[in-house]
Design a protein around this ligand. Structure first.
Ligand SMILES: [Zn+2]
Length: 232
């Protein structure tokens, strides 16, 4: 599954796709022991880098921490580590997840590469599950033309028993286009969209097709499950 994610803060990259997986940001203000915090943060950066992680160290001066957070959020970096005087004092780092901006947690700086790798794995799984749920919530299983068109008009994708014949698919494309245009004329509902339906894929993994299953469209013996969606 190709995952393309973003939100109103910018890109959200899955950990296995992101070149920079972690960004380390020293968080200091006037009056702090800036050098000590910078040194501690740089040590964290070096340790993660040595462990083979894709890591960036943002110690740019003249930029506020908030500006740096936005900078890296926009680029979708999965984990941000914030390191300030409190983290230095407790030998901790503050972890923030890009895909779940509310999640923040301080972790001890002990075997940190191991902790970060486990966190990246968690993020991968969370993002995968979320994408799968989003897809499944728009997927309907139907076995007849009427239900198929109703589901397609409501912007779903449809899993159907299908004969697998190209001519049948061509007719589905034409009929779905005509009927969606008619539905649009009959109905002032602006959430309806026109477009013809076509097969998106023949799934490898789906439940077995019942032996008696008929093509949702032509009624002949079904040979496979097919997933249908619109083209625009
Ligand atoms: Zn058919």
């Amino acid at each position: 599954m190709i995952m393309v994610h973003s939100d109103d803060k910018g890109l959200v990259l899955p950990p296995r796709v992101a070149q920079t997986q972690v960004v380390v940001i020293p968080v200091v203000k006037t009056g702090d022991d800036i050098k000590a915090v910078q040194g501690y943060a740089e040590g964290v950066y070096n340790e993660l880098k040595a462990a083979g992680l894709g890591v960036a160290f943002d110690d740019r001066e003249n930029y506020t921490p908030g500006h740096k957070y936005n900078h890296w959020e926009l680029r979708g970096v999965p984990i941000r580590l914030e390191i300030g005087p409190q983290e230095l004092a407790k030998k901790e780092v503050r972890c923030c997840k890009r895909h779940d901006l509310k999640w923040k947690q301080n972790v001890a700086n002990v075997e940190l590469p191991k902790t970060i790798k486990a966190l990246l794995e968690d993020i991968h799984n969370e993002m995968y599950d979320k994408a799968l749920q989003a897809r499944l919530s728009h997927q309907k299983e139907v076995d007849n033309w009427k239900d198929f068109m109703a589901a397609i008009l409501e912007r779903n994708i449809c899993m159907t028993p299908w004969c697998g014949v190209r001519a049948c698919e061509e007719t589905v494309k034409e009929k779905s286009k005509e009927e969606s245009l008619e539905a649009l004329q009959d109905n002032e509902d602006e959430t309806l969209l026109t477009g013809s339906a076509k097969t998106l894929c023949i799934p490898d993994e789906y439940k077995p097709l019942p032996a008696s299953a008929c093509c949702f469209h032509c009624g002949k013996k079904a040979e496979k499950w097919a997933l249908w969606g619109r083209t625009y």
